[in-house]
Design a binder for this molecule. Structure first.
Ligand SMILES: [Mg+2]
Length: 394
């Protein structure tokens, strides 16, 4: 049975091709697109086309690796999210993890499974240059100005636009056709899934760890929180209003989150920071991760938490009882949370992103919750983790 076979190159296919000639065409397509968008990148010595990619981190750096799934009906819906947004978000999630560690991207590896109708479209809409390349002829020009057409075209356009902006080359991956039959052989609609792996480099010993927070540290966050959850609410109410949102823009925190790579790089350069994490699951959950890994507790000043305008609008429009709860528990903001000793000078903005002190790390105490909200009247309330958590059983 050749239904699955072992991957054999840095970008290969592990199921029968989606259409006659589609397998090689698909790979050639991705390769041509990756090369067109890659530019000069010193960290990538060899990209798509061999058994492995070769990355070369700068001298004196550690290599960091992260991986993230984007599953249809879990992380995105084809009837809600424009394909460009799905591609952008797929890469942004991995890049945000690199930012959380203070790392610079070396290469991205994209594994994607598409249902037959999307896979066929992807192979058929291969641009001429890639088609020539697939047939062995020398490509006269690379498809830098691809006109997006199929779902996959548009997914890739969103993915590569962010890759180009953040100078991260697509260095390899895998493709597969997701099944469209159930166990009884009945036809069902297949689902799309993408898995992103990011490899990055960080000066040796300087990665920001979740386990490095110390009592007395100030807790900072970048940007504003709750915007992604608020935009998701709006998206769910009227997806048709967002169908034309095909370009990354800062005012679409859910559809096009902006990973804070530049801010993170500037922050770690020459400054003493302790712990770091990106806010993917929500402030309440992600700060609890820091407390758990560092063996500390945290106190937040409620009035200091920066709340995104879209979250305030959602409260004003009566969609949610509290904008603050979106900022605390909403998730997918992909802002950074970091801690630093009190004497570390932190500017108000860096790389165009605002920085906000929101509380402090304290010693853990028996029978006291690990994260507490301090109100302006001096009262305190425990902050339970309320963010996104997989496998909760509901
Ligand atoms: Mg993360």
């Amino acid at each position: 049975m050749a239904a699955t076979r072992k991957s054999r190159s840095a970008l290969s296919v592990s199921v029968p091709p989606p259409a006659p000639g589609g397998e090689r065409a698909f790979i050639a397509r991705l390769r041509a697109e990756a090369e067109a968008h890659r530019g000069r990148h010193a960290g990538l010595r060899l990209g798509i086309g061999d058994d492995c990619a070769i990355l070369r981190p700068p001298a004196g750096h550690d290599v960091v690796v992260t991986t993230d799934f984007s599953l249809e009906q879990v992380h995105f819906r084809r009837d809600w999210h424009p394909p460009e947004s799905v591609g952008h978000r797929c890469l942004a999630r991995g890049l945000s993890d690199l930012a959380a560690m203070g790392a610079t991207p070396l290469g991205a590896f994209l594994s994607i499974a598409l249902p037959p109708e999307l896979a066929v479209a992807a192979a058929e809409t291969m641009p001429k240059a890639a088609r020539r390349k697939a047939s062995g002829a020398r490509a006269a020009s690379l498809p830098g100005s691809l006109k997006p057409e199929s779902w996959f075209d548009r997914f890739l356009a969103g993915f590569l636009a962010l890759a180009e902006k953040e100078h991260v080359p697509l260095a390899g991956g895998d493709t597969a056709q997701s099944p469209s039959f159930d166990f009884s052989g009945h036809k069902q609609s297949g689902l799309a899934a993408a898995d992103i792996t990011l490899v990055g480099a960080v000066p040796r010993g300087h990665a920001l760890l979740r386990s490095a927070a110390r009592p007395g540290d100030v807790i900072y966050v970048t940007g504003a929180l709750g915007g992604s959850a608020a935009e998701l609410l709006a998206l769910g109410r009227s997806p048709q209003d967002f169908a034309a949102r095909t370009l990354a823009a800062a005012h679409h925190p859910h559809l096009y989150p902006q990973p804070r790579l530049a801010a993170a790089r500037r922050l770690v350069a020459g400054r003493r920071l302790h712990a770091g994490i990106d806010l993917s699951d929500g402030l309440s959950t992600d700060l609890a991760h820091i407390c758990e890994e560092s063996g500390v507790a945290a106190e937040l000043d409620t009035s200091a938490i920066p709340i995104h305008k879209l979250a305030r609008d959602a409260q004003q429009d009566g969609w949610v009882p509290s904008a603050l709860s979106l900022a605390l528990h909403g998730g997918e903001d992909y802002e950074l949370l970091f801690t630093a000793p009190r004497w570390t000078k932190i500017p108000r903005t860096i790389a165009g992103v605002s920085l906000h002190p929101i509380g402090e790390i304290v010693k853990p105490r028996r029978n006291r919750p690990s994260v507490i909200l301090r109100e302006s009247d001096g009262s305190q309330t425990p902050l339970d983790s309320g963010g996104w958590e997989h496998f909760r059983g509901d």
